[in-house]
Design a protein around this ligand. Structure first.
Ligand code: PMP
Ligand code: GLN
Length: 380
């Protein structure tokens, strides 16, 4: 069989989690919490099952959940989506991203991807027959920023889509108002669409606000906005997320969605919908994770790791050039097998494997887990 994705192997997350398990290391690699979710969320799903919400929901998602999503977006970002035609519940953000790309990218279309980038974007573009056009973020004293002049220069007559991700995995950077204005300037007067990956929307720190594309009517009018309950409610294994988009875009999205997954499991949708009635869990998330971020950063202060800014997400990137001249993949493997703390090489988020001497840790862990990891990292 001739591979449709010849450049693709097993994801770095799977590889590093496997290695972490083999080495009995503290796994700060793959991004997922090592603590449970709220019992009331489990109860809500249980109640939904007991109430016999166990058959196929509507293709677009259970109306109760779509209503809750519309209300949340309106309350937080001031954009009113139509519940029937502009929201679709998906099997996690990954499916939403891939489906959005497949529904609008034609063979030969160019898609601008900002690197380092989450690992699912480029394979999805490739499957669609699209051509990824890569623009690299710049890493300065203030952390990673998007060079919008380079994004503007990358736009051509063939550009179909620009993919953005804020808060950003793996760098932890967040886009600001000036970034959104720059993006609006670039797409104004073109038919370029936007795919905005906002799975970490509720993890922005130091009092900053999340610049959702939904806040910008001009951008929202041409955007697929993607999020995931896995991140927000500490249930990454549930794989329930959603996409919001104007009706014309959503109609195309659903054509692909209905023959890809058709629908997403019913009881989780009902359970999440009733849990969402209370905004507290996501409103309290920044404080919850900021405390863990600060604990982790303070713990690394005296070490030979150099901390990069961490303004959002549950990731902390560190430079290790005072410790080793190994490649990022080598260093992450060494940390996992010898120091017994797993990390992710940031090079895995570049198509050409750019080396920056930086690895990523996930701090979505119990305080005891972080303390054990810090004790080990402090000795490096
Ligand atoms: N986008 C980004 C930036 C992510 O970090 C993740 C989770 N690792 C996803 C998408 C996928 O989310 P989900 O698990 O809901 O598919
Ligand atoms: N999004 C998670 C991360 O960046 C992992 C998701 C996955 O394993 N595909 O670590």
């Amino acid at each position: 069989l001739t591979s449709r994705l010849p450049a693709v192997g097993t994801t770095v997350f799977t590889r590093m989690s496997t290695l972490a398990a083999q080495a009995n290391a503290v796994n700060l690699g793959q991004g997922f919490p090592d603590f449970g979710c709220e019992r009331s969320l489990l109860q809500a799903v249980n109640d939904a099952m007991q109430a016999d919400f166990n058959q196929y929901p509507m293709m677009s998602g259970a109306p109760v959940l779509r209503n809750a999503i519309v209300a949340k977006i309106a309350a937080l970002y001031g954009h009113q989506y139509d519940v029937n035609s502009e929201i679709t519940v998906t099997a996690g953000a990954t499916q939403a991203l891939t489906t959005a790309i497949l529904c609008c990218v034609h063979p030969g279309d160019e898609v601008i991807v900002i690197e380092p980038s989450y690992d699912s974007y480029v394979p999805a573009i490739t499957l669609a027959g699209g051509v990824p056009v890569l623009v690299q973020m710049e890493a300065g004293a203030d952390g990673y920023t998007v060079p919008w002049s380079k994004v503007a220069a990358a736009v051509s007559g063939k550009t179909r889509l620009i993919v953005i991700n804020t808060p950003h995995n793996p760098t932890g950077s967040v886009l600001r108002v000036a970034d959104m204005d720059a993006l609006a300037d670039i797409v104004r007067g073109t038919d370029v669409l936007i795919l905005s990956d906002e799975v970490y929307e509720h993890m922005v720190y130091d009092g900053a606000r999340h610049e959702s594309v939904c806040r910008y009517p001009e951008l929202a009018a041409r955007a697929f906005v993607v999020s995931s309950f896995g991140k927000t409610y500490h249930v990454t294994g549930w794989k329930v997320g959603y996409v919001a988009a104007p009706a014309a875009l959503m109609a195309e999205f659903r054509k692909v969605h209905q023959y890809n997954v058709f629908t997403v499991n019913t009881p989780m949708q009902h359970g999440i919908a009733s849990y969402m009635a209370d905004p507290k869990p996501y409103l309290e998330l920044p404080a919850f994770y900021q405390r863990k971020r600060d604990l982790f950063r303070e713990g690394l202060q005296g070490s030979r790791f150099e901390l990069l800014p961490a303004d959002g997400t549950y990731f902390q990137c560190v430079r290790y050039d005072k410790i080793s001249s190994q490649t990022e993949a080598e260093f992450a493997e060494w940390l996992t097998t010898e120091i017994k703390v797993a990390a992710i090489p940031v090079s895995a988020f570049y198509q050409q494997g750019k080396e920056s001497g930086i690895v990523r840790f996930c701090f979505a862990k119990q305080d005891e887990t972080l303390a054990l990891a810090l004790e080990r990292l402090g000795k490096v």
